[in-house]
Ligand binder design. Structure first.
Ligand SMILES: [Zn+2]
Length: 239
């Protein structure tokens, strides 16, 4: 076998270890999907309650402003009523006072209902805040356990990467570049054995003379069909 081929096979096994370590990290992040969803629901629910309370407060405050405006208007009418001498003007003012009085009574009723509603909505907000806090506390042990395992897995992945770089360092630049390009474009292995005279990846037959060259270690050759780098894995005499 060509001496560089052994290094390529070694690099490929180190890459497989990196990929496995990354897969374990991906699997771990899936474990918190349920926790994340439950937390998100509680947050959304709190957010909705806060919006409803804010809307209620705005309605209540608007009513308050309206009632205050009426009150000022009524005060002015009462002052004018004390000053007018003309009975017709007095009668008009009296009518206006009565009309506004009944409108105000209705608005004040609305305000009372609105204020009660706000109190209820504020109770709901506090409930939701409590729910969220309880949920966060309930999730804390599991989350800290996941964080602990993540730190371990990240350290393993970093170590696998370090070992991979070390292995890649043994290869020439040209060959390591060729390997990296193939690795980016291929979903399966980059370096594959000859199996029964064919490419171990796509099973395309490799001509006998090239098989002999590969086996003799003279060349680093690739499958013509899929581009995989071939290495001899068959017992002597089978090429
Ligand atoms: Zn092939």
């Amino acid at each position: 076998m060509h001496p560089e081929l052994a290094k390529l096979i070694d690099l490929q096994s180190k890459d497989a270890a990196v990929a496995a370590a990354e897969q374990r990290l991906t699997n771990l992040s899936r474990e918190t999907v349920g926790l994340d969803a439950a937390l998100q629901r509680a947050r959304d629910s709190l957010e909705g309650a806060r919006r409803a309370a804010a809307d209620g407060q705005r309605r209540r405050d608007e009513l308050e402003t309206k009632i205050e405006t009426y009150r000022i208007l009524q005060d002015r009418r009462r002052q004018r009523l004390e000053q007018v001498r003309n009975p017709k003007d007095a009668s008009t003012l009296m009518t206006e006072l009565d009309l506004t009085h009944s409108v105000m009574a209705k608005e004040e009723n609305d305000w009372v209902r609105s204020a009660e509603m706000v109190l209820q909505l504020e109770v709901k907000v506090r409930d939701k805040e409590r729910n969220l806090a309880v949920l966060e506390a309930a999730q804390a042990p599991e989350r800290s356990e996941v964080a602990r395992r993540r730190a371990v897995l990240e350290a393993e992945r970093d170590e696998a990467l370090r070992i991979r770089e070390e292995s890649a360092g043994h290869l020439g630049k040209a060959l390591s570049g060729r390997y990296d390009r193939l690795r980016r474009t291929r979903s399966s292995d980059v370096v594959v054995p000859l199996v029964g005279g064919a490419c171990g990846a796509c099973h395309t037959a490799v001509p006998l003379n090239r098989r002999s060259q590969i086996k003799a270690g003279n060349v680093i050759d690739a499958c013509e069909a899929c581009g995989a780098i071939l290495y001899p894995a068959e017992p002597a005499g089978s090429v």
